[in-house]
Each structure stands twice: as C-alpha cells, then as structure tokens.
Design a protein around this ligand. Structure first.
Ligand SMILES: C[S@@+](CC[C@H](N)C(=O)[O-])C[C@H]1O[C@@H](n2cnc3c(N)ncnc32)[C@H](O)[C@@H]1O
Length: 372
C-alpha cells in the first residue's frame, strides 16, 4: 500500500521517474540525508525534496539519488561470471571487426566495468567498455579511478588495481550518467556484444523486467550476451532472449527471427511472465532477492528461512537460500539448498521457470560437490 505522508509523496514524485522504481520503504540513508539537509536549509523535509527536484538543483538531486540507491559492488563480483566472460570474449573477438563493445548498465562506482576491461585484457581481446548509472555521485567516483580495493573471494584474475586504476585500463572504459528508463539508456553507443546488468533489475517490479530486458536486447548484436547476477536468472524474460548456459546468463539468438517462447516454457514460467501482480504474490522471494543483490546475504537468509518455514516446497526460496549461503561462504549448506531445489515438486514454482531453476540448481550443486 502506498504511503501517503508528504515526505513519501515528495520522494516518489522526485526520485521514481528518474529511477523507474519506487520501493515501499526507501533506504535509511535517504531519510537521514533528507533530515540533515532540510534542517540545514531551514525547510520541511518534503519541501526540501521537492526543491531538489527543481531545475537548477542538479547537485542536490545527485545527492538524493546517491542516498536513495544501493551501490554495493566489488571487483570481480560473482567471480564465476568473469571466468565465463573471459572465455566468451576470446570466442567472440575473431568473429567481430574492431574492438568488442561492452556495456555495464547500473555500474555503480565502476568496479564491474573496470573488471570487465581487465578480463578482456587478460584474454588478449581489444574491448571498449561503457559504464552507466543513474547515480551521478557513483559515476564521478568511477571516473576518478580512485577505488579502494574491494575484491570478491575466488576472483579469477589478479587484482586489476590497488588504490588507483591503471591508466591503460581507464582508457578502455567510459562512464556516463544514464538511467535504464531514459529514451536512450545506452546513449547511442551500441550495438554491444555483451551487456552486464547485474544486481540492478532486482530493484524493479517483476512485471517491469521483460520490458527493460527487451530494451537491453535491442542494444545487442545478434548472438550477443546479457549477464544478470546469478540470483536474477529467475526473472521473467522477453521473447527476444533465451536463457544461456549459466544462471543469469542470457543470449539473443543469432538471426533476425524472434521465436515466440514455447508453450511449455510459458506454462513453466506461469503468471509471472505475463506480468501484473507477480511481485505482490511473492513478497518473500522478491525481498530476499533484493537483499542478496545489495550484498545483505545474512538478512536475505532470515527472510528465506521464514518463507521456507511457511512453504517448504518453495522452489525459488530454496534456490535463493543456496545463493545466500554461497555468498556467506557456506558451501556445504549451499549445496544442500541447491539439492533441495531438485527435490521440490514443480507445483512449488508458480511464478518462475521451474526447468531453468532446476538446471541452474543442478549445475551449482555439482560445482559445490567438494565443499571447501
Ligand atoms: C547493487 S548496485 C550493482 C552494481 C554492479 N552492477 C554490481 O553488480 O556490482 C545497483 C546499481 O544500480 C543502479 N541503478 C538503480 N536504478 C537504476 C536505473 N534506473 N538506471 C541505471 N542504474 C540504476 C544504482 O544506482 C546502483 O549503482
């Protein structure tokens, strides 16, 4: 239910058109930021927010967006995806004239874009990377190349930088402020061979996702790849895209003809693929996926424990629990959760692609066979 207090109304009016999403509760950092700034300016909180949304207040709006978004990121986040990215780039490069083009949509402070450039370099591939984010403060940090080293455990390559991104890497990456909701979210820089859009779509309503992914797909070359985070691999897809070989990995088929999704896949995907109201039906899974995307695996685990307690056959819940445990380094428990997905009945997957989820869970359980 929408909150009708003046501050909530002002936040929704000023921020939601830019972000494309309106959470039921904004991050605590945003409320603290608004309180402090409004006091300093001698304004009411809602009045401060409305003013920040007016023309000529770009700096105040940028700071509001910074406080309203969750920019958690790290170099080589989801390391197994960077391993695969290196192989995919090496495979694509001989078949494309000129440098490969990559786009990190929702790149936060740039770690993902610089990691992608480092990955291309290690694969001996010429690549140009565009990083975009709706948060102008994050983009300013990304452009500065001054990044404290936060690196994912298990990263496939040596750290690409320590405190300052090397000049050679910086030359391969360009950063711009843009929202996924803009008329030209990729600023006319496409078409791209690979688009990374990881831990971003989690913040949107489930029924917005196919349209957003359709817009990303329109920026891809035929045969190009879109990479979501592994936990986002269960989101509903538009007809232009197919699920790829790993969780979160999507592909636009070669050739212009777009096949409609098979009736079986549609049946498996259930009502979520047609949109309306899916998020409202799965609030636990939705909230857990969002927490996971924000790097809050402990909290995600708590939400999932409650969800699975109430519904022990919740296929998506077990898969997300596997992801949360993996994020916390609990490999043996994560494997058990992925194996549990395989034992759930398909009736437990009312709003997701049960087949894709099972295949992803089987692969993950297999990869975790020797828990370290
Ligand atoms: C959790 S971070 C993910 C960063 C990086 N992709 C990763 O996986 O490490 C989510 C990012 O999405 C950005 N974001 C949220 N809504 C957006 C929108 N409508 N357009 C572009 N970026 C958006 C946020 O500003 C934030 O930097």
């Amino acid at each position: 239910m929408k909150d009708d207090r003046p501050l909530e109304r002002a936040l929704a009016r000023v921020l939601s058109p830019r972000l494309g999403h309106a959470p039921s509760r904004w991050p605590e950092t945003l409320y603290l930021h608004v309180r402090e700034r409004a006091q300093r300016a001698g304004l009411g909180e809602a009045e401060y927010v409305e003013r920040a949304g007016q023309a000529g207040e770009a700096a105040s709006l940028a700071m509001l967006l910074d406080a309203a978004t969750i920019g958690h990121t790290a170099a080589y986040r989801h390391p197994e995806q960077f391993e695969r990215l290196g192989r995919v780039l090496a495979d694509l490069a001989p078949r494309r004239p000129g440098p490969l083009r990559l786009w990190c949509a929702g790149c936060s402070t740039g770690e993902e874009a610089y990691s992608a450039a480092a990955c291309a370099e290690a694969a001996g591939v010429d690549a140009a990377v565009l990083g975009t984010d709706v948060n102008p403060v994050a983009i300013a940090v990304a452009r500065s190349g001054l990044l404290p080293q936060r690196r994912s455990v298990g990263a496939p390559l040596p750290a690409p930088w320590v405190e300052r991104v090397p000049e050679a890497l910086r030359r391969r990456v360009r950063f711009e402020v843009a929202s996924l909701t803009d008329a030209q979210p990729a600023l006319g820089a496409g078409p791209f061979d690979v688009i990374l859009c990881r831990n971003v779509l989690l913040y949107f309503e489930r029924d917005q996702v196919p349209r957003l992914l359709g817009r990303l797909a329109a920026e891809l070359v035929p045969g190009g790849h879109i990479v979501l985070s592994p936990a986002e691999g269960i989101l509903p897809l538009p007809p232009e895209l197919r699920r790829g070989p790993a969780p979160g990995w999507l592909q636009r088929p070669e050739g212009d003809a777009v096949e409609p999704a098979s009736p079986r896949a549609q049946a498996e995907e259930g009502p979520a693929s047609t949109g309306a109201g899916a998020a409202a039906r799965e609030p636990g899974a939705e909230a857990a996926a969002r927490l996971l995307g924000a790097g809050r695996a402990d909290e995600a685990e708590q939400v999932l424990a409650a969800l699975l307690n109430a519904d022990p056959e919740h296929l998506e819940g077990w898969f997300l629990l596997g992801e949360a445990l993996l994020a916390r380094g609990e490999r043996a428990q994560a494997r058990a959760a992925f194996q549990r997905v395989l034992r759930c009945s398909a009736a437990g997957a009312r709003h997701v692609d049960a087949g894709a989820l099972r295949r992803a869970a089987a692969r993950r359980a297999e990869a975790l066979r020797d828990p370290r």
